[in-house]
Design a protein around this ligand. Structure first.
Ligand code: URA
Length: 433
């Protein structure tokens, strides 16, 4: 087979067959196809697209390009959730114990990553003693015993995707539905879950800014997952403003713990219940999504969710006393209020800009080598649709340095106020099976 023939075939809008796709992925992973040919193919796919069969083969080939997590020694239907990412998204931390309490095994591989705050693993490390380092055997053992474990990614998962994603990033080929959907799904499939619930964010703070683009991506991923034999569905949820109130590692953990106690912001609770009920339904622990939701509400009300959370924390070396004693979290030295300079109704909150503000305080990494400050971040006191008077606090900054004037200005600029009343944004736009 010759790479140039594959490039020309796709350039001319023809369908690539299974052999061609797998050959390309294998050879590229092994360094036998140069980046310039792989980028030519990515550009051809960008313009000519891939049909469902091609997308499924590309996903499977990338999922098989490295290690795959074998969860077959865990009984039951293992469920996983993936979010396309947004500011203040702490759902995994509440959702995993919640659905585990409903009898669904959650074997979650998570990452650190770059961004406004740390990844799920960084956030969990805000719990004193908590560790996501474990062997594969320990990981499986924990899930068999407690139905829940969160481990850091080990081994060599989807090397083809790593290489191709890095290449796409510098060749203007990230924004192809076929390539995004197969990139995300290859990682989920290699992680071994039987049921996958996708939280596709939409709005100004999301990867996909418009509802149409978000729905297209969600449908593409659901089609791929279903075609390769995983129960898959997607929820399209709002990211026109941060989710919940807290942005920052320890601050987000506290908010997630509050959800399991039946407290916390309504939007985070609702998203956890929606995503969780689909996970429980797909894992066959309820006969309908409605019954699954009722089960999860009962699990929160009865205190069972908190019990599972405590066991989860203890098993991974953490101090479960934090659940009842907030003084045990890393705490920032200064709390600085950012106040409204005019009155009105909040019509916009630039989520990404607030994310940058959190990062400037030290909550996230700009490069892999950066250290995260787990204590810092921000807490929104006002959200879209809220009425504000001059001098009201919009956001409280949690900082470990006193001079944060540039962060204060950034936060202030993130809020747009108008004179007329503004409706609160929709949280859940669509559920796609
Ligand atoms: N996230 C991924 O993992 N892959 C993409 O291609 C885009 C976003």
């Amino acid at each position: 087979m010759r790479m140039v023939d594959i490039i020309e075939k796709k350039r001319d809008g023809k369908e690539l067959n299974k052999n061609e796709i797998w050959w390309f992925v294998e050879q590229y992973t092994d360094g036998k196809i140069p980046d310039y040919q792989a980028s030519a193919l990515a550009m051809a796919i960008y313009f000519q697209d891939m049909n469902q069969a091609e997308r499924a083969e590309l996903t499977l080939a990338m999922a098989h390009s490295g290690d795959q997590i074998d969860l077959s020694s865990i009984a039951g239907i293992k469920a996983d959730k993936h979010s396309t990412g947004g500011v203040g998204d702490k759902t995994t931390i509440a959702l995993a114990p919640l659905v585990a309490a409903a009898g669904v095994p959650v074997a979650k591989m998570s990452g650190r990553g770059l961004g406004h705050t740390g990844g799920t693993i960084d956030k969990l490390e805000a719990i004193p003693g908590f560790s996501c380092d474990m062997s594969t055997d320990e990981f499986i053992d924990h899930v068999n015993k407690n139905l829940i474990a969160v481990a850091g990614q080990t081994g060599n998962l989807t090397p083809a995707d790593k290489k191709l994603y890095a290449l796409r990033d510098v060749t203007g080929t990230v924004n192809s539905t076929a390539l995004i959907a197969s990139s995300i799904m290859s990682k989920k499939i290699a992680s071994g879950a039987d049921a996958i619930v996708l939280d596709v964010k939409t709005g100004s703070g999301a990867f996909m800014k418009t509802l149409d683009d978000s729905v297209e991506l969600a449908q593409a991923m659901v089609e791929i997952g279903t075609k390769v034999g995983r129960k898959t569905m997607a929820v399209i949820s709002d990211m026109n403003q941060p989710l919940g109130l807290a942005v920052g590692n320890a601050l987000e953990i506290k908010e997630a713990v509050d959800i399991l106690k039946g407290e916390g912001p309504a939007d985070v609770r609702e998203l956890c219940l929606v995503l969780g009920s689909h996970m429980v339904y797909l894992a066959k622990k309820a006969d309908s999504v409605k019954a699954a939701r009722a089960k999860l509400e009962e699990i929160i009300d009865s205190g069972q969710a908190v019990d599972v959370l405590k066991t989860f924390i203890q098993t991974q070396g953490g101090d479960a006393a934090i659940v009842d004693d907030e003084s045990l979290y890393p705490t920032a030295k200064f709390q600085i209020e950012v106040k409204a300079e005019e009155e009105g109704y909040i019509s916009e909150i630039a989520a990404n800009q607030l994310g940058v503000a959190a990062m400037q305080l030290g909550a996230g990494r700009a490069t892999k080598e950066d250290e995260i400050d787990l204590a810092v971040g921000l807490v929104l006191e006002k959200k879209m649709g809220d009425q504000v008077r001059k001098g009201d606090t919009l956001v409280t900054l949690h900082a470990n340095r006193e001079d944060v004037s540039e962060v204060q200005q950034l936060v202030l600029d993130s809020y747009k106020l108008v004179k007329e009343e503004v409706a609160k944004p929709t949280l859940i736009y669509k559920e796609i099976y």
